[in-house]
Ligand binder design. Structure first.
Ligand code: PLP
Length: 372
């Protein structure tokens, strides 16, 4: 047998400025190597309780059913969809990027009658067009992506939430890339089901999906006539483990939960408002520097994500060659475009721990070298 060349101790040290995962603080990495305990150990149950309460703070919600699903952001998406949807239910999904497309696919697989409302990649929806579609379709659920990582666009939610609820529907929101980087106001915006991921602005390795459900969502879930299509993601069972009964459901990924616990502590130590401000300031600095290099944004300024800067690759520049040079020469990862943006845009992440003045200056200097 050939000798194994790579070991985890030889993993290169990168500067993660792509669409995620983002850089992780050493305190979070240390938490991953803390002693493992059983999934019903009183110590671990205490960690879970604290995590739930920190997740409520970060989501800005009082929702009782707030926890971390074992799985990445896509598992959070499936959890929300399969728990709310029964076969034949109508669902409207906003598709203005790759992740809206994914949500529509997940909903169809769960048996929903899906109506998509579409916008070109990079644009966002307004409340009037959502009002028109919900009046026509009368859906049970409307699903939207708050921060479309494939395009760098930030979807305003407040007004849309009003029209969704006026039509008697529930609002499902993807906050995988927004949570911890820009304001996410689950109670103030009246969001019924929300999921996120750990590897973006929370700066934790990928592996868990924070979710939260409103009282209205719980009512719908408790009144289901059919079983949830996924055993693993069925909240009626998972909540008995996270809630009072502590009934075994599946073996929690213990050390991933330690890591998220530590990552949330870091977020709250910094303070949400300070964190949003840091993301905004570093975005503005990057924006000024890119403009000086003659690089344009792919998204209009009024709905740009500070943590995910989608920029147009200058004419005549070799996309893959530049990204390869950035990684090989400077250890910097940036992302290429997804879907119809492939080959046309770069996606520069300034997420969580990676959103720093140092990274902005380093990337600008490195990019200038690659482009000359
Ligand atoms: N939703 C959005 C907006 C995302 O950016 C991603 C991942 O990049 C996902 C969902 C899926 O998350 P994951 O890759 O962690 O499964």
């Amino acid at each position: 047998m050939a000798a194994v060349q790579s070991t985890t101790t030889t993993a290169p040290q990168r500067i993660l400025m792509g669409p995620g995962p983002s850089d992780v603080d050493s305190r979070v990495l240390a938490a991953l190597s803390a002693p493992i305990v059983g999934h019903l150990d009183p110590y671990f149950l205490g960690v879970m309780d604290e995590m739930q309460s920190m997740l409520r703070e970060v989501f800005r919600t009082k929702n009782e059913l707030t926890l971390a699903v074992s799985g990445t952001g896509s598992a959070g998406m499936e959890t929300c969809v399969v728990n709310l949807i029964e076969p034949g239910d109508r669902m409207v999904v906003g598709v203005n990027g790759v992740f809206g497309t994914r949500m529509a696919d997940v909903a169809a697989r769960a048996g929903a009658e899906v109506t998509t409302i579409e916008r070109p990649f990079g644009e966002v929806f307004d409340a009037d067009e959502i009002a028109e579609v919900v009046a026509r379709v009368k859906p049970k659920v409307v699903g939207l992506i708050h921060a479309e990582t494939s395009t760098g666009a930030l979807q305003p939610i407040e007004e849309i939430s009003r029209v969704v609820h006026d039509a008697g529907a529930l609002l499902l929101l993807d906050t995988v890339t927004s949570l911890g980087g820009v304001p996410v106001e689950i109670d103030a915006w009246n969001v019924d089901a929300v999921y996120s991921g750990t590897q973006k602005c929370l700066s934790c390795p990928p592996g868990l999906a924070p979710v939260s459900f409103s009282a209205a969502a719980l009512e719908v879930m408790d009144a289901r006539k059919t079983k949830v299509a996924s055993w693993y993601l069925d909240m009626s069972m998972v909540r008995n483990y996270w809630g009072g009964k502590r009934a075994y459901h599946h073996t929690a990924p213990i050390n991933m939960n330690y890591a998220l616990h530590e990552a949330l502590r870091l977020v709250l130590e910094e303070g949400l408002e300070n964190r949003f401000d840091r993301h905004r300031q570093n975005h503005l600095a990057l924006c000024a520097g890119l403009e000086a290099l003659g690089i344009q944004y792919a998204v209009p300024a009024d709905h740009r994500l500070p943590q995910l800067n989608a920029v147009v690759i200058p004419a005549g520049v070799d996309d893959a060659a530049v990204r390869k040079q950035l990684l090989g020469e400077f250890g910097i990862e940036i992302g290429g475009g997804l879907g119809p943006m492939a080959g046309k845009t770069w996606r520069i992440g300034l997420m969580g721990a990676a959103s720093s003045n140092r990274n902005v200056l380093l990337l600008l200097a490195a990019l200038e070298r690659c482009l000359t």
